[in-house]
Ligand binder design. Sequence first.
Ligand SMILES: Cc1cc2nc3c(=O)[nH]c(=O)nc-3n(C[C@H](O)[C@H](O)[C@H](O)COP(=O)(O)O)c2cc1C
Length: 210
Amino acid sequence: MKVIGFSAGSVGREGNVDRMVKAILDKSGHEVEFVKLTDMNYSGCKGCVELCARPQVCRLEDDAQPYYQKVKEADAVVIGTPVYFNTITATVWAFIERFFGYRHVDIPIAGKPFVLMVGGAMKLDFAVEELHRVLGKFDVNVLDTVRYLSKVTPCFKCGRHQECEIGGMYKMLGKAAKQVKVTPEMFTKWEDDCGVAAAVDAAAEKLKNL
Ligand SMILES: Cc1cc2nc3c(=O)[nH]c(=O)nc-3n(C[C@H](O)[C@H](O)[C@H](O)COP(=O)(O)O)c2cc1C
């Protein structure tokens, strides 16, 4: 059994989203492939529908192209995304938009088991709903959705939180944000949250039992 997992986690480091997708894959016990979407160059669907209509797979040639056939062939798929501007990242949105290639006459990925993972600093609900809504177009079987609320906004890294009144840290802490001295321990990890670690195990177990 083959499981393929995609992550739109932050570029240049292995953040919570990457590590959660990898953990779900590894704990599934199946043959797995991990793909970091943020390391690739690709666009969303460009509407060349006559190309995908017969093969029922996206034919747009770029870094993402080979993975549409792999999604079709995989026994299960994992997708992880951070929350950006209250919803799923454009990186994941663009990737899924090209699932349109599967939507001709019938849907070859209908019923395929998917595990979803959403990680954000402050609010996850809308992103989770949006991910479910768009994947609902393909009648996939969402086995589980794992969430991780980090409370770590991009301000923890940007270096300007002490002079900022528009960022997430200010929204969370108000004026106290200006006094915060960011230390490495403040970068929370999903592995330290028992509830989230249990949710990762439970999702992996569902894949294992396929
Ligand atoms: C452009 C941008 C917008 C963001 N917007 C939100 C947001 O609206 N809500 C939220 O909870 N987190 C937001 N975040 C925080 C990310 O969701 C958070 O940094 C993410 O979980 C990081 O994932 P990683 O640990 O895998 O790198 C935003 C981050 C960036 C870079």
